[in-house]
Design a protein around this ligand. Structure first.
Ligand code: GTP
Length: 599
């Protein structure tokens, strides 16, 4: 088989090690995008991505490169997200390549996601080209980086390319290494057409646009294609490549990376990792590695203004079109009214969706505590049920066992913060399985932690205890039984559903006390004594009281102006109407928000 002058590669790195900057530089060097068109970070199109500096979606781009060997190569570059929430997307982008540039920030060295990403690439049998990036920084420590490369990643240091995306050092070396070290497209000798889906987006004019890499055969407009996981068939209307904008082509052939437009109307029908084949001559075997992604973190989202309900519903519908990993269904809460239960891949995914609802769809929302999916066995039941909302937990009297999801985490930290981090892991109910020395300054802890415990502040605390030098990567582990209970918050004897949570029995009291105290502070004084209690089953484990006071709005009005007094009293009545009534207690909606926000 003749060699194809195509090279498919991606850039993998720990967050902020300079992937986007380097990608831009490659586009510029190959004249794919003129410098004046390059905004400072061309591949991160979404505003939010730019602001957070995190690449969320994979954007491929095709470049043309005349190499020193005198031949012109087609280089397909895939940008991959670096964050753990998106690790499935990372591994799908990797599966579409034959090689990877592994970036290491010269001032930071190898970090948790550098190692995790290198392992993902090795698992896909990719050729890794190590690049020590940002060598222009005065704090660059090349010697340490090269040593880490050998010691931690087992890559010979003489393979490393020294570069700086910012000042343009080493760009040609990188392109030459891509051409000479990365193999040409694999798996071309399969008898049928097979293409790997690595992403899909929704376009309001053209419907679903599927991003894919063709391994064998070809696809063109007019073909009947078939998605192998479901058998769904559809007519191909257009194919093309990314330059980086979409450019229509006659067909996509072996080794090509591009897009496909068909009659499919919903992105949830096109699953990342699926294989596209031709309906009239279908392949029998899918490309390897397909798995369904399932949301792991759930929370309730409610509009701040109840008349924004429809607007929120429309916003969620639109977001879902572009993001098959995001789920939602309607639910209602006594405290917060009508809203939606939503499922996300992880916390970052959740934050990004919430932010997009606020920003792109202009709906103010409040979210309840995030929850994981618990497995609950009840007496005599044949199988467990899954519970993602504490309110739906069966009666505790009927429960045999509750299991929770765990994660397997690799935590990289400086030696001197070891004591603090071990204490943090213990507080979060984790166990350290082993400790590895990375070099004379850093260690790696391999541990198991309940997913629920890292949802809220784990990463922030890891960063602050290590002065920013700690990093973590994780993958989902198995389910493990734990002594978990549902804790309710009662206001004047009535449970407030928005505050219910599933907690470990040993932590219930502390958490209950904290919540009661905070609510007592936030709820304005009432006309009569109001108790705030935390309870497990019928048992009260913590309590506090709301202050008793009548706010005399007429106090400032001395003299006998009765009309003014009446006006003020009317106004007070009006204000009360807006309050949420929990039993007999009126609570400003703000109070819920403040408590939920600060958690
Ligand atoms: P994520 O998408 O969040 O993973 O980030 P990234 O890896 O794409 O990093 P990005 O290119 O956004 O760069 C992160 C920061 O490092 C930015 O502030 C860049 O300006 C800076 N940076 C990137 N490359 C270089 C470099 O070669 N030298 C120096 N000094 N700074 C760089």
């Amino acid at each position: 088989m003749e060699e194809l002058l195509t090279r498919n590669f991606c850039i993998i790195a720990h967050v902020d090690h300079g992937k986007t900057t380097l990608s831009d530089r490659l586009l510029e060097y190959t004249n794919t995008v003129a410098q004046r068109i390059l905004t400072d970070q061309h591949l991160d199109a979404m505003d939010l991505e730019r602001e957070r500096g995190i690449t969320i979606k994979s954007h491929p781009v095709t470049m043309s490169y005349p190499a020193k060997d005198g031949r012109v190569y087609k280089l397909n570059l895939m940008d991959t997200p670096g964050h753990v929430d998106f690790s499935y997307e990372v591994s799908r982008s990797l599966a579409a390549c034959e090689g990877a540039l592994l970036l290491i920030d010269a001032a930071q060295g190898v970090e948790a996601q550098t190692v995790a990403n290198a392992h993902l690439a090795t698992a896909q049998e990719l050729k890794i080209i190590p690049v020590i990036n940002k060598i222009d920084l005065p704090s660059a420590n090349l010697e340490l980086c090269l040593k880490q490369l050998e010691d931690i990643l087992m890559i010979p240091e003489d393979e490393a390319i020294l570069a700086s995306g910012k000042s343009g050092i080493g760009i040609e070396d990188i392109l030459e290494a891509v051409v000479s070290r990365i193999p040409s497209p694999r798996w071309r000798d399969h008898p049928h057409t097979r293409a790997l889906v690595f992403d899909s987006i929704y376009d309001s004019y053209r419907g679903v646009i599927t991003y894919m890499r063709v391994f064998s055969g070809a696809l063109k407009a007019g073909d009947q294609m078939m998605l192998m996981s479901t058998g769904q068939k559809s007519e191909v209307k257009e194919v093309g490549i990314f330059t980086p904008k979409m450019q229509k082509t006659d067909s996509l052939g072996e080794g090509d990376v591009g897009y496909l437009v068909s009659n499919i109307k919903d992105t949830s029908e096109v699953k990342v990792g699926d294989t596209v084949t031709l309906a009239r001559q279908p392949a029998i075997e899918m490309l390897p590695g397909y798995k369904e992604v399932r949301p792991m973190v759930f929370c309730g989202l409610y509009p701040l203004e109840s008349n924004d309900y429809e607007k929120l519903k429309a916003a969620l519908g639109r977001l879902r079109l572009n993001d098959a990993a995001f789920l939602y269904q309607s639910e209602s809460s006594v405290a917060l009214g009508f809203g939606f239960r939503c499922g996300f891949l992880g916390l970052l995914h959740m934050e990004i969706i919430q932010e997009r609802i606020r920003r792109e769809h202009d709906v103010e929302i409040i979210s309840t505590y995030p929850s994981v999916v618990y497995r609950v066995m009840t007496h005599g039941a044949a199988d467990y049920i899954e519970v993602d909302n504490p309110v739906l937990l069966p009666d505790p009297g009927t429960i045999d066992e509750i299991s929770e999801p765990t994660i397997n985490a690799a935590i990289h930290i400086p030696n001197d913060s070891m004591g603090d981090i071990l204490a943090l892991i213990m507080e979060k109910r984790g166990t350290v399985e082993h400790t590895d020395t990375l070099d004379h300054t850093r260690v790696m802890l391999t541990c198991v932690l309940p997913l629920n415990e890292i949802l809220v502040d784990f990463n922030d605390r890891l960063k602050s205890l290590t002065h920013g030098y700690g990093s973590m990567d994780y993958e989902l582990g198995d389910y493990r039984p734990a002594d978990l209970v549902k804790m309710d918050i009662l206001i004047n004897g009535d449970p407030v559903d928005a505050f219910s949570s599933i907690v470990h029995r040993e932590k219930a009291e502390g958490k209950g006390r904290e919540l009661c105290e905070r609510l007592a502070e936030i709820i304005p004084p009432q006309m009569f004594k109001v108790a705030i209690q935390a309870a497990i089953g019928g048992k009260i484990i913590a309590r506090d009281n709301v202050r008793v006071l009548r706010k005399d709005v007429t106090a400032k009005c001395y003299g006998g102006d009765i009309t003014r007094k009446r006006k003020l009293l009317e106004k007070q009545k009006e204000g009360k109407k807006k309050m949420k009534l929990i039993g007999k207690v009126s609570i400003p909606p703000d109070a819920f928000i403040q408590v939920l926000k600060n958690n």
